[in-house]
Every structure is written in C-alpha cells, then in structure tokens.
Design a protein around this ligand. Structure first.
Ligand code: HEM
Length: 349
C-alpha cells in the first residue's frame, strides 16, 4: 500500500518536473515569436560593480539604510519594489517617477495610477546619505533599482546582482503615463502586449506579477470585481474569498472607499514567497490583472506549477532574471541625463 503510494508520488513528481520542462520549451517557442525588444544599446552599458571606484560603499550603504527602513515598517518593501516598476514602465528607468510636480507641470507621480505610490521619503533619506558620502555620484535611478532588490531580499526573496550606471531623466509628465502601465481590466492579451512593448515576454509577465506576493491594494482597485453588473462570477473569483472582501470593501456608489485596503497575498503580504501563485490558482487573486493570468496557456501553466511550492528555486531565479530585464528598460547612460542631487527635483542648470 505504502509502496504504491510512494510510487504514485514519485511518478507525480517526475510528471511535474517534466511539466516544468514543457513550460520552458513553450517559452522558447514564445520567445521566438516575441515582439521586438526596445533598443538594447544603452541597457548593454549597465554593469555590476559600477560604483566600485567612485563610491565603493554605495551598495552596502543602500542595503544598510533600506534594512533600517524596512525593519521599522515592513510594508515598505512592497512600496519600494513598486516604485522601481512604475519608474521603468514610464519613460524608462530614469527616476522620473520621483520628480515633483511644479506649478507649470503635473509630474508622473501625480498621474492616476501613481497616486497610491509610497516610499518617496525613504528614497530621499537614502539619497541624502549617499550624497554625504559621495556627492553627485550615484543616480536616483540606480538607487531605486538597488532599493527594490534590497527590499525583496529583506522580505526573504531572492538576491540578484543589479547592473548599474543609469542616469537620471530631466523631465516627468503625468500625461506620459497614459497607456504605459498595463491595464487592470483583466484582458490578458492586453497585458502581454503591454509587456511586449517594453521588451518583456509572457514569462516576465507572470513572474513579475508575483511581486504581488507583497503589499496591499485599495478598495477602488478591486471593488468592481465584487459589485455591480460586471462583478466576477465564482468561476473567476472564489465565493468565500469574495464574501470576505465584501466585508472589508463595502458596497456603495463608486468611487469606493479609498481608505480601505486588502492584502494581496493574505497572511504573508510582507514576505516574498510563492503563496501568491496558490492564491491565484485557487481563484483568490485580489486584482483582475492577476486573476486573468489564468486565461493564458503559458501564464496559467506557470502559476499551477509554481503553486505546488516545489519550484520556489526556479521562481526565485526567474524573478531575479526578469527584474534585471525590467531594470534595463529605456535607461539613460553615458552623458545622457544627469546625476540628480535630490531625487525629487532636477539639478539647476
Ligand atoms: C502586470 C501588471 C500589473 C498591474 C495591472 C498592477 C496593478 C497594481 C495595483 C492596482 C496595485 C494596487 C495599488 C493600490 O491600490 O494601492 C498594485 C500594487 C503593487 N504592485 Fe502591481 N501591477 C502590475 C505589475 C506589477 C509589477 C511588475 C510589480 C513589480 C515588479 C508590481 C509591484 C506591486 C507591489 C509591490 C504592489 C503593492 C504596493 C503597496 O503595498 O504599496 N506590480 N499593482
């Protein structure tokens, strides 16, 4: 009896290994058809250890300060990771998301999708330390990439070497955000297209979406899944989970209560792990953009495998790889842009 069970388990395990292999093979095929990546010339100029001579302790300082910040407020790990993503998807990873609006210009950070971004003060605090140690040397764009990595590490996620050498942009407009960030609407092909436009493939989409293992979302970003004619059926959103969400995010006329939040990976929203995949596989994704990943053959296969918890090592490696790719989108290098002295304002000329 026990021997039969053991044989069944061992056969399931080898099937799972095979499945992972098949997903990877599918990926190779999908990569061959992928939309053309944006120019890689500038991205190719990034390199690890970039500040070794000019600011030898930069990475160490960033880690130490980020650790202090996250120790005091563990939920800031999510905020720092999201800041880097929102920076990279709009006008490239040039720290334009950090610039303040001026009387003459509404900046990216005041656009609708960016209004719930957090962590700006934390970035400013670390930048001030860097400026004291190595004036005008470490860019805000590099700082964001490093703090995002450190946030993931401190939340018990993977470590990766961050290629550096980004320079900071000198402009930021709310209008430029239009259509750059993927939609929340739950149409997976639009999300695939939106990633492809940044040179990221369908694997990057599912892997990076797992950043939602960290953090919370505000009620207006998921209430339409719970109420009204467009509410999600149980086939898309687990009934018991939806009932729980309705207790937090109450019915009413939109706009829904912007002060109410729900954890995206309930119970482990400050820990970077694979439980996000289990939530999505069980129709307990909080956001439509996560739920709709089950509508695509590749992303759903990846989620089902990762949800088993047997592939955390693969997932961690994949996440690290996709973060390096995302961190290279549209970067400024060489003598482009500038090294901002304060991340929220461009240098005076
Ligand atoms: C795939 C398309 C994506 C969509 C549609 C999306 C959308 C959203 C939305 C609506 C929220 C909740 C905002 C709020 O209500 O405060 C959120 C939170 C978050 N997102 Fe995404 N996101 C996507 C991809 C990503 C990626 C690629 C990353 C990072 C690599 C990321 C990291 C985060 C994090 C960490 C949070 C939690 C922030 C916090 O707690 O402050 N997201 N996302």
């Amino acid at each position: 009896m026990a021997a039969a069970a053991a044989a069944r388990i061992s056969s399931m395990a080898s099937q799972l290994r095979l499945s992972w292999l098949m997903v990877m093979l599918m990926l190779v095929a999908s990569n061959n058809n992928a939309a053309a990546a944006p120019p890689a010339a500038a991205a190719g100029q990034l390199r690890t250890g970039y500040y070794r001579e000019t600011c030898p302790h930069a990475e160490e300082m960033v880690f130490r300060e980020t650790a202090r910040i996250i120790r005091a407020s563990p939920d800031l790990a999510a905020a720092l990771l999201r800041l880097h993503y929102h920076d990279c998807f709009v006008q490239g990873c040039d720290a334009s998301v950090l610039l303040d609006s001026t009387p003459a210009n509404a900046a990216e950070r005041d656009s609708d999708p960016n209004k719930s971004l957090r962590g700006f003060d934390s970035v400013a605090r670390v930048k001030a330390k860097l400026e004291a140690a190595c004036p005008a040397t470490v860019s805000c764009a590099d700082l964001l990439a490093l703090m995002a990595r450190d946030a993931v590490v401190l939340a018990k996620g993977p470590y990766w070497h961050v290629p550096l050498g980004r320079r900071d942009g000198r402009s930021s407009t709310a209008a430029s955000c239009g259509g750059q960030l993927p939609p929340l609407c739950g149409n997976v092909s639009r999300m695939v297209d939106s990633f492809a436009a940044k040179g990221l493939d369908v694997k990057d989409l599912v892997v990076l979406s797992a950043a939602h293992t960290l953090g919370k979302a505000h009620c207006p970003n998921f209430a339409d899944r719970l109420y009204g004619p467009g509410a999600d059926p149980p086939l898309k959103l687990d009934g018991a989970y939806a009932d729980r969400l309705r207790k937090q995010c109450k019915e009413g006329a939109p706009p829904y209560d912007g002060n109410v939040t729900a954890e995206m990976d309930p119970g482990s929203f400050t820990r970077f792990d694979s439980s996000y995949f289990r939530q999505v596989a069980r129709r307990r994704a909080l956001l439509r953009s996560d739920a709709c990943l089950m509508d695509h053959p590749f992303t759903s296969a990846y989620i089902r495998l990762a949800a088993t918890g047997r592939y955390d090592g693969h997932f961690f490696q994949d996440f690290a790889h996709s973060m390096v790719k995302m961190g290279a989108i549209g970067v400024l290098t060489g003598d482009q842009g500038e090294i901002r002295l304060k991340c929220n304002v461009v240098n005076s000329t």
